[in-house]
Design a protein around this ligand. Sequence first.
Ligand code: ATP
Length: 676
Amino acid sequence: MVATEKEQEKLEDFSYSTLHFGIWSVLVPMEVAAGKLSFLRSWWDKWNRFRSSLPVVWRFLWEIYSLDPRLNLLFFLLRLVSSVEGTLMLYASSKLLQTVETGLATGRPDMSAIFQAVVLRMMCTVLTSTVRWASMRVSPMLQSRVIAHFEEYMLRAKLRLDLPTSTDKNTELGISPWIIWYHFQILSGLFERGSRLSSQIIFTTQQPQGGFMLTVLALVSPFLSTHFAKIPWKHGFVMYASNLDYLRLRALKWLGSEEYRQDIVSGNLVDWILTEYDKAKNALGTTSDASPDSQFLSQNTPITDIVMQLSNDLPTFYWAASVIIEPRGFSITSFAILQQHANGLRGSITGLVHEVAEVAEIVTALNDLYKMADLKNKVVDGDEAYPNSAVSTDRGMAFELKNVSFAYPGGKSKDNAIRNLSLKIPAGHLVVIVGANGSGKSTIIKLMSRLYDVDSGEILVDGIPIQKYRLGDLRKVQALLSQDLKLFPLTLAENIGLGNPDHINDMKMVMEAAESGGASEVIKKLNDGAQAVLYPIQTAYGSQLENYPKLQKILENLEQYAEVSGGEKQRLVAARTFMRFLSGNIRFAVADEPSSALDPKAEHKLFQHLRESGDGKTMIFVTHRFGHLTKYADLIICMKDGQAVETGTHKELMALGGEYSELYNVQAQAFSENSL
Ligand SMILES: Nc1ncnc2c1ncn2[C@@H]1O[C@H](COP(=O)(O)OP(=O)(O)OP(=O)(O)O)[C@@H](O)[C@H]1O
């Protein structure tokens, strides 16, 4: 038996409870857990929810309708016709049966009536097949319009988000265009179901022998099923696996994935993993991981099921009673027909009830979708143009950080990433930032590029607060090269050309940038050269190819990844930055440890190229490797625990004998020991 334990959350909040089902914990509002919602209140809530959901559903349907009104009208017309065809078919069948029965009873079959009934029935069949055929053509057309529209909608909504907003958990969208299409189908299905139900009710209530009563009785079973099969937490809940053995089992199972293969083979971890897996499996025992919904429903007693099944048979019982009371009105044909009506009616109502229940989920998803497009970015745009002719110079951007502090939104660290940092970087300077891991080097860059806003203090660009500038203008004059940058699933030429989208097709410029970034050799090496796509989108699949070696070969060669080394990737990304430099707009260039995977020669060449293209730019290098750069730097900033502990030139800082000279000497010493 499944244990349902309600425990009051004593510390934080008294308004919810935790229910346990197998490995799951389900947090639900207290009134739901206690079953406090009265029958009337629950229906009143449902009605209110339905009313408040209408605007968003209407907006959604209208948006889809506006995509292609004619296609939509056709789509709904076909659904309307398909909704009544079942009733029409039944009508035709009943006509045929009644005519035949009358003919048999009187011994004089009415040939013309039989002929009419047969023709009607055949016409219904033709109609059904035609509607199905037309639907199979119209539906995919509408589907691709809807999916393309919402794909673009979501792409736009995502692309416009800034970093702090996009990393906010509340902005995650758990919906895809395919789910949106599915939601649309449910809503249009509701329309079809409603129309079918209306036609069934009209037809059944007009049947002479107890049609009205049968309609009422057919309603009982779906009504009971909504009551008994109700999951109490459908509106508002949090669910998570809380069983530690189960979580361990899942984690161990993950170790079987390709990602960990090398670590596991080289670490000889196979036996340990299997032993731990066995331990966790035994500890978990028979605790169920079935969904909380099914575990909750499995608590019902067989009586519930018996009542539900009996309620299904109510129309038959009613019919049997009618035969006993009024045997002369008995007709097997009308019994069979009414029985079919009752079944159809019950099926429609049950379907309708389930689909209506899904509307709540659809509304939540649609609200999230539209909210995302209306979401305000945390980094707010300014209205000052950059460069500002009154204060900006051609030498590059000048920065002043005044008492800046910053912590990452949702960051787990106790301390701020940057603490009370003040410094000045004159226009055109070459700056090197050094310091231990986690000391805040990259964070300064992110704040100076306005990827994030400071929490307190301020950053001035050419003497004006950075927030006042138009973000688009700032981005146009910045170039950021970091080891975190990724290659896009596009051609190599595009990967480089995107540094300067206005000249993306200028192959001469692209190859020049590739040369500066050290990527020309990588390009030459590949079969498709600059047109190679390293990581093509994966769509190909095949199955049951054992007897078709040619097809197997084709499948193997389709959409293959062209692996390049980490250093080669860095060269390609560096080429993109040089392409950006070639736009001639750049006034602030940052290289945030772009060379960790480069060999020494490539690194030297990269830094040399970067320095040589530094004219008219303020350049900042973040690095752990001293030597090449620090001796050229106009300013070195040595970071520790979010603060600039030392600033000055290489000579000045070495003379200080502090943090910088310590870091420098560690490397210098290692180098001289190696060279021994
Ligand atoms: N996106 C993030 N979310 C939360 N905390 C972050 C994030 N990025 C960095 N941090 C934290 O901020 C602090 C400063 O990180 P930062 O990346 O600026 O250090 P760094 O000096 O560049 O380090 P490294 O040399 O390792 O690259 C660290 O404690 C880090 O854990």
